[in-house]
Ligand binder design. Structure first.
Ligand code: PRP
Length: 207
C-alpha cells in the first residue's frame, strides 16, 4: 500500500487528477464530504487530505510515503525528505513587498513581517542586511499598512492581495511550485512503486 498525503484544497484536487491519470485512482476522494482518508485496496493506494503546511511532516515521519507540497514549505522547514518531481502547478513566487513610497534606509534595521522567517532570514543574511523579523501566521499584508513592519516577505500569486492593500513588489526571492516528496526509507523499501508513480506522473506532465 502506498500512502499519499495531498494538500486539502484546489491544488490537492488538481494533483489528485494527475495521480489518478498516472494509474493510482481512488475516485471516492472527490466525493464531497468531510472524510479525510481514502483507501483503494485494488490499486494498493491510500490518500489522505492534510493541511498544506503539514504534508511534509507526515512524509518526514513516514506516516505518508509520498506527499505533494509547495517549494515554499520545503525551503522554510527543510524537512528531511526526498524532493522527486516538480508538478509545475500551484505556481507563484516568494517576494519582498512594501508600500509604493517605501525607501530602504540601509543604516536602519529593516522590519520584516513574514510567515516564512527562515526564507526571509536567509535572503537578507546573504545580502548582509540587518533585519528584525516579525513572525506572523497570516494576513501578512496588513503589517506595512499599519506600520508594524517596513516590508513583508510573502507568497504572491495573482498579486491581487498586494494590490488591494496598496502594496507593490520590490524584489523577487524565488519561484515556487508544487513538488512531489517522498519519505527516505519508503523510497528505499517501496522503490518499485514510487519509481513507477514518478515515471507515470512525468509522462502525464509531458502530455
Ligand atoms: C497567500 C499569501 C498572500 C496571498 C497571495 O495567502 O500569503 O496573502 O495568498 O495571493 P494573490 O497574489 O493571488 O492575492 P493565503 O491565502 O494562503 O492566506 P494567509 O493570509 O493565511 O497567508
Amino acid at each position: 500500500m502506498l500512502n499519499i498525503a495531498l494538500p486539502k484544497g484546489r491544488l490537492g484536487e488538481k494533483a489528485y487528477r494527475l495521480f489518478e491519470n498516472a494509474g493510482f485512482p481512488c475516485p471516492e476522494i472527490l466525493e464531497n464530504n468531510r472524510k479525510l482518508i481514502f483507501e483503494n485496496e485494488e490499486n494498493a493506494v491510500c490518500y489522505f487530505w492534510a493541511k498544506p503546511s503539514d504534508v511534509a511532516i507526515y512524509v518526514e515521519r513516514g506516516a505518508a510515503d509520498i506527499g505533494v507540497t509547495g517549494k515554499d514549505i520545503l525551503l522554510e522547514y527543510e524537512p528531511d525528505v526526498y524532493e522527486l518531481l516538480d508538478l509545475k502547478m500551484g505556481k507563484c513566487k516568494m517576494a519582498v513587498a512594501a508600500k509604493a513610497d517605501f525607501r530602504d534606509k540601509p543604516t536602519k534595521t529593516l522590519r520584516v513581517a513574514t510567515k516564512f522567517s527562515h526564507i526571509a532570514g536567509d535572503y537578507y543574511a546573504a545580502k548582509g542586511r540587518d533585519i528584525d523579523i516579525i513572525h506572523l501566521n497570516g494576513s501578512i499584508e496588513i503589517a506595512p499598512v499599519i506600520d508594524l513592519s517596513d516590508v513583508i516577505v510573502d507568497i504572491v500569486e495573482t498579486g491581487t492581495t498586494l494590490k488591494e492593500n496598496n502594496l507593490v513588489v520590490f524584489e523577487d526571492i524565488v519561484d515556487i511550485s508544487a513538488r512531489v516528496i517522498a519519505n527516505k526509507s519508503s523510497f528505499k523499501f517501496k522503490n518499485r512503486q514510487i519509481e513507477k508513480l514518478i515515471s507515470q506522473l512525468s509522462k502525464q506532465l509531458e502530455e
